[in-house]
Write a protein that binds this ligand. Structure first.
Ligand SMILES: NC(=O)c1ccc[n+]([C@@H]2O[C@H](COP(=O)([O-])OP(=O)(O)OC[C@H]3O[C@@H](n4cnc5c(N)ncnc54)[C@H](O)[C@@H]3O)[C@@H](O)[C@H]2O)c1
Length: 299
């Protein structure tokens, strides 16, 4: 397919562009900022455009089969950006991108929503609620098939591999590679043409980590978190103590349905706190704990 990627220079953009390229798709990139003339962006068509402005994307959308719409202010911008900022980028920007897609005859959309959608009337969550409604409006009125992906938190974790990456996987986090997996699977899911007639498809997908435990297994977690964690993840106690990983709070259990959260698009997430502990164990075996503590986020 020929895919228009808006907000291509951001966190998801940098990760998904090489994946879609490698999968054989032809890409048209867009962002408000210029993209570096280096991999993964070098030599790909690029249109610099502010999606809030209401013009500029129509030409880029011509000849495309699918829109992957990424730009938004999100959780980390909550303090710095106003309600009006959130509305302009997340709502107006989405409306204009979908209008450009409509005008170009694009019938497929992957929209990045968020788990913050559940905070319906929060500054951020509200704009994702309206964003999903804009997808639905364009489905009903303009035949746009879409997958709205609602990722959990995958913001870069800076220099705190152990708690911001690792422990986050017990609570509200998801590994970025899994988010990219969900997005790529959504694109592929929409690929095949559907027979004429019938209602265009709409899917909402929670891009969350898999659960490595049941609610029952973690019920008494806060009575003695080290013992509870050892029971679920044998061998964890030593690592938690050596690296001061804070898991005192009871882990959240993800409601992913019987077949898992990505079943509707055929994606199975693979990273959770247990896989983090496996990685940490391998790193620890090198005998350089200070080097492990100094690991920084690669994206
Ligand atoms: N990062 C997370 O943890 C997280 C979690 C859940 C959902 N999401 C959603 O995923 C999507 C992508 O997130 P990300 O982490 O890649 O974001 P990001 O902030 O890293 O990237 C956003 C991109 O959009 C571009 N952009 C900003 N304003 C623009 C404008 N006016 N016109 C055109 N482009 C503009 C930016 O230059 C940037 O390249 C967002 O919709 C976000 O709400 C992110």
């Amino acid at each position: 397919m020929r895919i228009l990627v808006t907000g291509a220079g951001g966190n998801i953009g940098k990760g998904i562009v090489p994946r879609l390229h490698a999968a054989g798709h032809s890409l048209v990139l867009s962002d408000v900022n210029r993209l570096p003339d280096e991999p993964p962006f070098a030599d790909l068509p690029f249109v610099q455009c502010d999606v809030q402005a209401g013009f500029g994307l129509e030409g880029a959308a011509q000849g495309c089969d699918l829109l992957l719409h990424l730009p938004a202010w999100h959780g980390i911008h909550s303090r710095a950006k106003t309600e009006a900022d959130f509305w302009r980028l997340n709502v107006d920007g989405t409306f204009w991108a979908l209008q450009a897609a409509r005008a170009a005859g694009i019938r497929r959309l992957v929209f990045l929503s968020s788990q913050s959608w559940h905070d319906h009337y929060g500054k951020y969550g509200f704009t994702k609620q309206v964003g999903e409604e804009l997808c639905e409006y364009h489905r009903r009125n303009h035949g746009l098939r879409y997958v709205a992906i609602r990722p959990a938190d995958f913001t870069p974790w800076g220099d705190d591999y152990l708690n911001r990456y690792g422990a986050r996987l017990l609570y509200g986090g998801v590994d970025r590679e899994d988010v990219l997996g969900y997005v790529e699977a959504a694109v592929e899911h929409l690929g095949p043409d559907l027979p004429d007639g019938g209602s265009p498809e709409a899917l909402i997908v929670d891009a969350v980590r898999p659960d490595a435990f049941t609610a029952e297994q973690v019920r008494d977690w806060e009575d003695d978190h080290l013992t509870a964690c050892e029971r679920v993840f044998p061998g964890s106690r030593d690592l938690l103590e050596r690296y001061a990983i804070d898991v005192r709070r009871r882990p959240s259990v993800v409601a992913g349905g019987e077949d898992g959260p990505g079943a509707a698009i055929g994606y199975t997430p693979t990273r959770h706190f247990g896989t983090f502990l496996d990685d940490l164990r391998r790193l620890d075996a090198t005998g350089e704990p200070d080097a492990v503590r100094a690991i920084t986020c690669p994206y």
